[in-house]
Design a protein around this ligand. Structure first.
Ligand code: BGC
Length: 813
């Protein structure tokens, strides 16, 4: 472990691990390194090892089942957590996730995601923290510390440079050693150093010619050698493609199973002399150490024996959300909403909230508080109206509201093998997670069947997502009976692909109609994992878009304050693909222009996990960035809009329009994606190009005002004193940037080197002391392959945001 000596407890665990390892033969060891199914490793009762269970992920613990009937707490998106700039809050989030993991029998979380916001088009932007490696490392450290304090392991991912989704299985990212060290590796290094994670996940992509599941240099030499990482290294799902390449490259576990490059193939490779048993032992040792740490290896005391206090998940989700909301504009103190104001709430996402991003980070919360729910509860009766305004999700989505469904599994004779409830139209059964009584060898078809009671009359559209043979029947009429196929090669295409429209049927609101989607199962025997995955998709009758906007304008005109919630959709922001642009989908921009023209007190709430363009921002009174706010998002929003709490967020990433963003490219050419911008991403790039973004890194307003009174620098220790000059208690995030007084073109103009959050009552002065890390004064020297201090004079800026510098001092390093 980096920089620290093993404790007696570590040594005792290590002894148990060695003894267990010595009792295993080659075949058993090789088997232990291969997933036995989607989420777990095999148990080995002979050495007292229980099956190790892993689960996504970053904002909640899904567990081993991918279904809404096994709910989890859904916290705000990782971008939101980073916007709090509060590692201690991230740590509390981690503790909650450990508690959730224990509840679901999970030993290791597949999180956090600490890739960087290199391009705003990155599809998984919402799932990573920031464009800044230091902020990412601090938040990630808090998160990992919290999870592991709860006795559950973490798997920091995706090591490394998985910063976009396009061709993620095959892309070769070419990155200079310096950019790797100073940007992309930096958060991993900080977390290894400060939080000692028990796991790491290697990425799908290649870096400088070697796929990350086989990257001997980065895994063995840098991660384990230089940094002293002693955890396990698991492949991203289906990323490991070569037995010898992976084991020689330092990959411990190949997931998922049961068909992987390890197991029998690994034992055979040792016997053929293509690799050594010592390599296998090293990997098994890492897995057994993890098992010992989490308490599933007999004879080893787990790292955590006294569990931390129970956390109330709902209230923590609400607290993080309000601390994460970033108020980027607030003209004339439009927010908080003045007491007594009537409010028109507008937007499809105000009613059907989008609380989390798509892909493997998906969890199923037991309930969701929408903005409409939150404001209805918070405002006096009779003061709130609601209008849809514009519906960006005018696309097929998993059947949900109004559907009562269950899944019936049959064999080839049509005999029922088993059934399971289906809370939505999405079926996703991985590995052996099948309804009771059902086995893969007998399963022939799955029928999703039940009723649909529409909330609106008109033409309803139905579609199917998934590959294979389907029959769709609505109200007794068969609308589709055929096969769906694809020419895409991403193995998760059934998961990320688009649903195909198959029927439009006129239905009457309030009447229950019979619906059925039957899927004939045809999973080949040699797939790495057996997955039954398909979706009955549905879309409400489209209302006339002009009429919707006109209705919203009327509502806005009749109210004192208009609140428009705009949002991205799952087809815009998700794992599996990158974004094509940063525009809000549908006619939402037009809606805001129209509402703003009708009501000068228009407040826009932006419900997106990552940056979108805000072309109307100068026309509205206030803009609040709400991220994907998690299951309690609507309650948190009401807290902040009504002024019960201050919005606490600061931008963890620069927001600007795509056409002036300096680094955007996510699409490889001939399999290569060169990181030509080198160490200049995010604000480092905006400043180098001398471009002004819409809102700079670190920006965010609260409900009180601050003066920065004094800065004192002793060595590299900085003390800043601030005063709350407003009328209410508030929080300020004091940001410290380092700027060389003799700038050189090979370094950014300035960079974040420290930060701290303070709280003060009106009139109160408080101070904070921050030690700047020596790494902030170093660059990676590609010639000598070392960190090199850059001596000289630096200006230390104490700032409210990157561009709102309040105090300066110099320091000589
Ligand atoms: C994602 C990982 C995730 C894994 C398991 C992959 O597609 O890239 O982040 O942990 O699936 O769900």
């Amino acid at each position: 472990m980096a920089g620290t000596r093993p404790t007696p407890a570590d040594q005792a665990r290590e002894a148990v691990v060695e003894a267990a390892l010595a009792r295993l033969d080659l075949d058993t060891k090789a088997r232990l390194l291969a997933g036995q199914d989607m989420w777990s490793l095999p148990e080995l009762p002979a050495i007292g090892l229980r099956s190790l269970v892993m689960s996504d992920g970053p904002i909640g613990v899904r567990g081993v089942r991918w279904t809404a009937d096994d709910p989890s707490i859904a916290l705000p998106s990782p971008t939101a957590l980073a916007a709090t700039w509060d590692p201690a809050l991230a740590r509390r989030a981690g503790r909650l996730l450990a508690q959730e993991a224990r509840r679901k029998g999970v030993h290791v979380l597949l999180a956090p995601t600490v890739n960087l916001h290199r391009s705003p088009l990155g599809g998984r932007h919402f799932e990573a923290y920031s464009e800044d490696p230091y902020l990412t490392g601090r938040i990630g450290t808090g998160y990992v510390t919290g999870v592991q304090e709860g006795g559950v392991g973490t798997t920091v991912k995706h090591f490394v440079a998985n910063d976009a989704e396009t061709d993620r299985f095959t892309v070769n990212n070419t990155v200079s050693p310096r950019a790797l060290r100073e940007l992309y590796l930096a958060p991993f290094e900080a977390i290894v150093e400060n939080a000692h994670p028990w796991g790491i996940m290697t990425a799908y992509n290649s870096v400088n010619g070697s796929t990350m599941s086989e990257h001997r240099y980065l895994v063995e030499e840098v991660l384990r050698g230089e940094w002293g990482f002693d955890g396990y290294n698991v492949s991203d799902w289906m990323a490991a493609r070569s037995t010898v390449g992976a084991i020689e490259g330092g990959l411990d576990v190949a997931m998922p199973g049961p068909v992987t490059v390890y197991g029998d193939k690994l034992a055979a490779a040792v016997r053929a002399g293509e690799t050594t048993e010592a390599k296998v032992d090293a990997a098994v040792r890492n897995v057994l150490r993890l098992a010992a740490r989490v308490g599933i290896l007999e004879g080893a005391e787990p790292v955590v024996t006294d569990l931390p206090e129970t956390v109330d998940g709902e209230s923590l989700a609400r607290e993080i959300a309000r601390r994460a909301f970033v108020l980027v504009r607030n003209e004339g103190g439009a927010l908080p909403i003045p007491a007594g104001h009537s409010v028109a709430l507008i937007g499809a996402a105000a009613r059907d909230a989008r609380v989390l991003g798509g892909g493997s980070a998906t969890v199923f919360p037991a309930h969701v508080v929408s903005p409409l729910d939150g404001l209805t509860a918070a405002l006096p009766e009779g003061t709130l109206t609601y209008a849809v305004g514009a519906d960006p999700s005018q696309e097929l989505a998993a059947a949900d509201k109004g559907f009562e469904l269950r899944a019936i599994c049959r064999d080839s004779e049509g005999e029922i093998l088993g059934t399971r409830s289906a809370p939505s139209g999405h079926i996703q059964w991985m590995g052996n997670d099948l309804p009771d009584g059902v086995t893969h060898d007998r399963l022939d078809s799955v029928e999703l069947t039940g009723t649909f009671t529409p909330r609106e009359s008109g033409p309803h559209t139905f579609g199917i997502k998934g590959l294979g043979a389907f029959t769709l029947t609505i109200d007794g009429t068969e609308h589709f009976d055929g096969v769906q196929s694809t020419d895409l090669d991403d193995p998760f295409v059934t998961f990320f692909g688009d649903p195909v429209e198959r029927a439009t049927v006129d239905l009457t609101a309030g009447r229950a109609y019979a619906v059925s989607l039957r899927h004939t199962v045809d999973v080949p025997d040699d797939v790495p994992m057996r997955v039954i995955s398909f979706t009955l998709a549905h879309q409400e009758p489209a209302r006339d878009p002009d009429e919707l906007i006109a209705e919203a304008v009327e509502a806005a005109r009749a109210a004192d304050t208009a609140i428009v919630v705009v949002a991205t959709t799952e087809r815009v922001e998700s794992e599996g693909f990158d974004r094509a642009d940063l525009r809000l989908p549908g006619r939402q921009d037009e809606l805001v222009h129209a509402v703003a023209a009708a009501n000068p007190h228009t407040v826009v709430v932006v419900n997106s996990g990552s940056p979108v363009e805000l072309p109307w921002r100068e026309e509205v009174a206030a803009v609040l960035l709400g991220w994907f706010p998690g299951q309690e998002g609507g309650a948190a929003l009401a807290d902040v809009l009504t002024g019960a709490h201050e919005p606490g967020g600061r931008l963890p990433t620069t927001w600007g329009p795509l056409d002036s963003a300096p680094v955007t490219r996510v699409t490889p050419t001939d399999g290569e994606l060169p990181y030509t911008e080198d160490v200049f991403i995010g604000y480092r790039a905006w400043e180098r190009e001398n471009r002004t973004p819409t809102y700079p890194f670190g920006h965010g307003l609260g409900y009180t005002d601050w003066t920065y009174d004094e800065i004192d620098v002793t060595g590299t220790t900085v003390t800043v004193r601030v005063t709350n000059t407003g009328t209410r208690t508030g929080r300020e995030t004091i940001q410290l940037y380092l700027a060389p007084t003799d700038p050189t073109p090979d370094r950014p103009t300035r960079w974040l080197a420290g930060f701290a959050t303070v709280e003060a009552a009106p009139g109160e002065s408080v101070h904070t002391t921050v030690d700047l890390p020596s790494r902030a004064f170093e660059v990676w020297d590609d010639q000598t392959n070392t960190w090199t201090p850059v001596k000289g004079t630096y200006e230390i800026e104490a700032s409210h945001s990157l561009t709102d510098t309040r105090l300066r001092a110099t320091c000589v390093f």
